[in-house]
Ligand binder design. Structure first.
Ligand SMILES: [Cu+2]
Length: 66
């Protein structure tokens, strides 16, 4: 089931791409949708912990479920 998270520090498409790649690397097969305007990331197919770790390691701010 898709879940939406707040992620801070994303300013452009490059940032969004980095976050998307990091989450997909942590959880192959996950679906990732990023909305820069609302600083939110919607993920289907990854655990909260996988998303948190991936976002942290990519250098962005994981702020939990939106
Ligand atoms: Cu950027």
């Amino acid at each position: 089931m898709a879940k939406t998270y707040k992620v801070t520090g994303m300013t452009c498409g490059g940032c969004a791409g980095s976050v998307e790649r990091a989450i997909k690397a942590a959880a192959p097969g996950a679906t990732v949708k990023i909305d820069l305007a609302t600083a939110s990331v919607t993920v289907d197919g990854a655990s909260d912990e996988q998303v948190k770790t991936a976002v942290d390691e990519a250098g962005f701010g994981y702020e939990g479920a939106a």
